[in-house]
Design a protein around this ligand. Sequence first.
Ligand SMILES: [Zn+2]
Length: 368
Amino acid sequence: MSSIFLNHADVRNLLSGLGKSRPLDRTLMSGISFVAKSLNMRDNDLINGIWKGVPRSEVGVHVSKEAFFKLVDVVQKNDMAAMKNTQRLAMIAESLSWKPDALMNHLKKTTGHLGSNASLARPKLGAPMNLERLGILPSEKWRTLARMPKGINIAAGGTGSGKSTTMQVTVGELFGDYASGPVRLIVPDQGALRPLRVELDELHPAVKPVVLFSDELRDRSQFDFAVEAAKIAPVFITAWGDSAVTAYKRVVEKIGPEAKSLVNGVLWQTLVPQKCDQCGAFRPECQCKRKFTRFVVSECVTAAELEERIAMNLPSGLLLEVSQLVIEGKMRREDAERDFGSIFSDPACLIRSASLPKAGTATAQSNL
Ligand SMILES: [Zn+2]
């Protein structure tokens, strides 16, 4: 989701900024930089807002991820500096799915007196988001995989498990680490897909590419792209799966036998409803007016460990931990069964899992 909204003043800034010069080159990153500069924002703040934001503004026009990439595409493909104001406005408005006059009238009426939208302001300095704050464990193991110079890193989980957030935060950390050297973020699943080789040929040898698929891979060309990229750069993808093994198998099936040497590992996670800390009940029994919270149960499994699990017919390394959480009353049995299915109630599976090396947050002892 994107948290970015534009007020009247911001569209005016865009209009004049985009008319002043051109993106440095044809890469996605320089297109983003150019837009960010016109909005008086830092590249990373804009990227974070577009990708990781929560839409909060009550005024202005929302810039969805799709609209943003349309705009970046437009500034890359056109010499906006050579255009008249009205032409430039028409292109900006079109990216936002508005008619130019309607856009400006609406913004002037609702935000004309407000200046720049608060969603563009520099985020307040606090502790930066990191894997630990998200509750991802074991964070160091996953970080080690993510820092490998190449290979596919898979953030996996069910629908709404938070896997996309984890991936964005992982890549965000990577950018923090590489701050001393230039990094080029390549996002191949957005609109104008440029061939990877063209993208890489333009890279200075000192620039590290990081490839991020922000949506789950669907077609053959995306998988081919990921495979090619994984041979030279770290590649981040998300994959649906009710366990690390399921997600891994889905990816391997698409890539073929080559996958075994290309996949670094999987971070699998689920979000579990938490007991109310006031009354000790779960929803819907809890009637306290409190923010409904969930906690992360996750594990990080390397490709070699995944192969071992497949051989053992054991999809999850979290069964012992989850059993323990249920026994301690920290997790409802129905939530455990929803995420871990019938395997959860299969004692043989639990016994087998006890012999696994620790891959996750397993804090439970095998006292079942
Ligand atoms: Zn309560």
